[in-house]
Design a protein around this ligand. Sequence first.
Ligand SMILES: [Mg+2]
Length: 235
Amino acid sequence: MMKEKIKHIFFDLDNTLWDTDKNSKTTLETMFSEMKVTEKYGLDFSDFYPNYYVRNEKLWDLYRQNLATKQDIISKRFCSTFQEFDINDEELNQYFEENFLKKVVENNDLVENAENALRYLKSNNYNLHIVSNGFIEPTERKVFDTPIHQYVSTVTSGEEINKRKPAREVFELGLQKARALPEESSFVGDDWSADALGSEKIGMFPVFFDYKKEKKYKQNGFPIVEDLLELKNIF
Ligand SMILES: [Mg+2]
C-alpha cells in the first residue's frame, strides 16, 4: 500500500545513514592518543568517552530546543569534559575544538546496510533526500565524500534557516527543495521526537530507525526498524 503512495523518502543523516557514534569515537580516540592525554594526565579514554558522550548529547538536545548555540556545542563539549577530570589545559581544549569537526569527516563509515538500503530504494524509483540537524559543512562532507551522494537528490541542513527538527520549517524546506508533498513522502530517522514524531506531525509517513536497538519505543501507528534492510519490507 505504501509503495503506491510514497514517491519521496527523506533520511536523517547522523546515526541513520552516517555512523556518527562510531566515527566520532574513532576520531576522538586518535586525537586523545595524539595529545598523549593518558600519559600527561592519567586519564583513560574509556573514562573520558562516556562522559563526553552524555555531555555532547545533552548539548545537541539543548541546541534542538534553541537553548544552546552552535558555538556552545563547539566550545563546551570538550572543555567541560576535561574539567570534570580536573584537566584545565587551554591548548588541549583548543586542539579538540578546532580539529574534531575537520577530522571526524575523515572517518566516514556508514551505518550497517545503509548503502544496500539506498541502492534498493533508488532502483525501485523512489526519490531520496537528506534532512539533517547537523551543521551545513559537515553535513555536505558526510554526503559528498561517501557513497550517499550517488543515491540522494537533495540535501538540507537545519542550519540553513537556523531551525532544528522537529521544527516544521526544516521538514518544509526539505520538501520544498525536493518538490515533494508531505502525503507522498516518508521520513526515516533515529530520533523519536525530532524525526519520527516531527515528520508525522506535518503529514509525512515516519519510519523510526532504532539505531541503538534500545527497543524502548512502542509501535505508534508507524513502523520501527532496527536494520535499514527492513525498509525493503515497507517500500
Ligand atoms: Mg540522527
